[in-house]
Design a protein around this ligand. Structure first.
Ligand code: GSH
Length: 226
């Protein structure tokens, strides 16, 4: 069995995505958390300075999508990338949509939703660390999320407009899931894993979580993807 270490923030949807893939592929792994002020060390693990980063038998890979492709090559059992070319294309496009678009709706929900959700998120980012670390981490996280969301564009819209757009996406997913149990093909794929990893984060945020529950197929699928 390979030695696999996931460097993570437990609350990062990209780290959640990699955990789901590792579990799906029955790969044993350990985690190193970068909570509180340890977060600064995470930026030194890879050129992009982001998490997740995986060490696989001493080989380091960064970026959740790169990690998935790497794991598929090293551990082909229980594949998450469909073999059929059209399914594969569909799944990889949905993965990219989840990472590059849906992710920002999670960020927006955190900033624009119930204020206690962001406070709880910051508490989790500092879990197991000294109490004072919540102050600098909270300051940096609030400022960074606001700046990034404004630059991306969603941060310039009203909360209701963002919610409406997000619900339109939930409606599209509901339409796909009425056709079958998985987003692409006959079995769970990277599309289900990447999209559900983002929506898992939204389920902790009020009122976004109650909006998700309005879509029965989406809600059942989310439980299947846990
Ligand atoms: N494309 C990257 C995105 C990873 C990402 O954005 N990670 C966030 C945590 S959710 C991060 O490291 N943020 C710190 C930063 O951007 O400085 C992936 O798929 O792994």
């Amino acid at each position: 069995m390979p030695t696999v270490v996931l460097h993570q923030w437990e609350r990062s949807p990209f780290c959640g995505k990699v955990r789901k893939v590792l579990r799906h592929k029955r790969i044993d792994f350990s985690v190193v958390n970068y909570n509180g002020v340890l977060g600064r060390q995470a930026t030194r693990l890879s050129p992009a300075g982001q998490l997740p980063v995986v060490d696989f038998d001493g080989e380091r890979v960064q970026d959740s999508s790169e990690i998935v492709i790497f794991l598929e090559r090293r551990v082909p059992e229980f594949p998450v990338v469909p073999p059929k070319p059209d399914h594969r294309a569909h799944a990889l496009l949905l993965e990219d949509w989840a990472d590059e678009s849906l992710y920002w709706y999670l960020m927006a929900s955190l900033l624009m939703g119930d204020a206690s959700a962001l406070a709880e998120h910051i508490n989790m980012l500092c879990s197991g660390r000294l109490a004072w670390e919540r102050i600098p981490v909270g300051f940096v996280v609030r400022r960074m999320y606001k700046q990034k969301l404004k630059a991306q564009g969603l941060g310039r819209l009203s909360p209701s407009c963002v919610q409406n757009r997000l619900c339109a996406h939930f409606g599209l997913l509901e339409t796909l899931l009425k056709e079958g149990p998985w987003l692409v093909g006959e079995s769970k794929s990277i599309a289900d894993i990447a999209v559900s990893a983002q929506i898992d984060g939204m389920m902790r945020i009020s009122p976004t979580s109650s909006r998700v529950l309005e879509y029965p197929h989406l809600t059942e699928w989310l439980a299947r993807c846990a």
